[in-house]
Design a protein around this ligand. Structure first.
Ligand SMILES: [Zn+2]
Length: 454
């Protein structure tokens, strides 16, 4: 049955998709997709946008994704056709570096002023005063609700894993992961200052907790005398237990910070690259071209992944005197890393906390800001992969970040028809499909968190 439709706005499209008989096949015509997110690429350049794509959904799964050049047949009488009028479709997005446990504490940290030093001290004080299981759980769940509403399908969160906090936050993570299974795939990585690896008793306990929860080991790697030996200890502990590694490295504009190189050397030594993700790496962009090229070469050879956190880095880096305008963007040399063959991603990082006062775990916002801050445009190429399947690869996560025939019909339908439309507006009316049906969620209300502010 082919029903000619008048021009659809998003609200009408949503109601059509919601109210239809789900047992009938759904054929979305005239869609626009980045070729790089289609599991089985359509003809042409992998980095191009493909228009006039037809997407058929049967029993909640993608049945076919192809260029719309197939004539309609008598079988089509039994299908529902919806003309998307050129709308762009993406897979649900993948956020490979977040801090759900720190999220939304900003109302409790009035001393935070956007500097890295106060972010560290105010978060520490708040953690020690308030992060019981109930507090952590409510703020993490708020983040998950927001991310799910915006169309995120997988998240890795770092969890502050200091003595005392380790025992509180990881059980909360495991409970939330079970509750959210089927909506968001949730991973976690341990976060401690690198020198805490030297606290053998705590580090052994941390390794056990992380292994039991199938998490990733990790640390903030900053310049210190024990950097090389502690990075080595982390690799050995991860390999012993078959765990992934996730580092914060060189979150500074000081060109003397070289943790990325230490991690790349260890990755090469251990042959562990497909299990290592490194975040931030801001100082890489401040190095001389030969030094940067040497380190980037080691990253590529070692096979590790690098994630840039553009919103947080723009917010924190090059902030000095409040009266001085920042000059630098703070992000790593992501294009050079990608060009060398390093698996590169972008992610949200912090949300409404002293490390980043804004954000809502909306990966469209992250990708939009990444495009502007890192100039990932002209051409846009396949940079969307940094928020889709390359981010999934960084997490070691199969089945995310692509639209696969035979896979669950999960995707986001935007109003915009090209990058200059999708990345110009918030797209708050985007439709998130899960198994072919629109999510009917709303964003959580900030007032829900008011009781947590004392
Ligand atoms: Zn981070």
């Amino acid at each position: 049955m082919i029903t000619p439709l008048p021009r659809l706005d998003q609200a009408r499209l949503r109601s059509i998709l919601r109210d239809r008989d789900p047992t009938r096949p759904l054929v979305l015509t005239n869609a626009c997709l980045p070729n790089s997110v289609i599991g089985e690429a359509l003809s042409g350049d992998r980095s191009s946008l493909v228009s006039k794509v037809i997407i058929e959904v049967v029993q909640g799964q993608f049945h076919r994704i192809e260029k719309d050049n197939t004539p309609t047949t008598s079988e089509d009488e039994a299908k529902d056709f919806v003309d998307l009028e050129g709308r762009m479709i993406l897979p649900r997005l993948v956020d490979c570096h977040t801090h759900l446990d720190k999220g939304h504490i900003l109302p409790r940290t009035p001393m935070a002023n956007g500097t890295f030093g106060t972010a560290l001290s105010t978060v520490k004080a708040d953690r020690e005063a308030s992060w019981n299981a109930d507090d952590v759980r409510q703020r993490m769940e708020f983040g998950l609700k927001s991310a799910f509403h915006h169309g995120t399908g997988a998240i890795r969160t770092h969890l502050d894993s200091h003595p005392g906090q380790l025992e509180i936050s990881w059980p909360v993570l495991e409970a939330l992961r079970n509750e959210w299974a089927g909506r968001i795939d949730l991973q976690a990585a341990a976060l401690i200052p690198i020198e805490m690896v030297g606290n053998t008793e705590h580090f052994d306990r941390l390794c056990s907790v992380v292994a039991k929860a199938d998490g990733a080991l990790g640390a903030v790697a900053y310049p210190c005398d024990s950097l090389v030996s502690h990075v080595e200890q982390l690799f050995v502990a991860a390999k012993d237990r078959g765990l992934r590694l996730d580092f914060h490295a060189d979150e500074t504009l000081d060109p003397g910070a070289r943790a990325l190189e230490v991690i790349a050397d260890a990755t090469l030594r251990h042959g562990y690259g497909d299990r290592v993700l490194v975040g931030h790496c801001c100082s890489l962009a401040q190095l001389s071209p030969p030094d940067a090229a040497r380190i980037i070469g080691k990253c590529a050879e070692g096979g590790l992944s690098v994630v840039s956190l553009p919103m947080c880095n723009l917010y924190l880096q090059d902030r000095q005197d409040p009266a001085r305008t920042p000059r630098l963007r703070g992000v790593t040399a992501l294009k050079e890393l990608a060009h060398a063959g390093v698996n590169t991603a972008v992610a949200s990082d912090n949300t409404r906390d002293p490390f980043f006062a804004y954000g809502d775990l909306d990966m469209l916002e992250t990708f939009r800001e990444a495009t502007r801050i890192l100039q990932l445009d002209h051409p846009h190429g396949d940079w969307i992969s940094a928020a889709t399947h390359r981010a999934a690869r960084a997490m070691g996560l199969a089945g995310h970040g692509r639209l696969d025939v035979g896979g669950s019909a999960d995707c986001i339908i935007f109003e915009g028809r090209a990058w200059h439309e999708v990345l110009s507006r918030p797209e708050s009316n985007r439709i998130v499909l899960k198994a072919g049906r629109p999510n009917e969620t709303t964003l959580p209300d900030y007032r829900e968190l008011d009781p947590l502010v004392k």
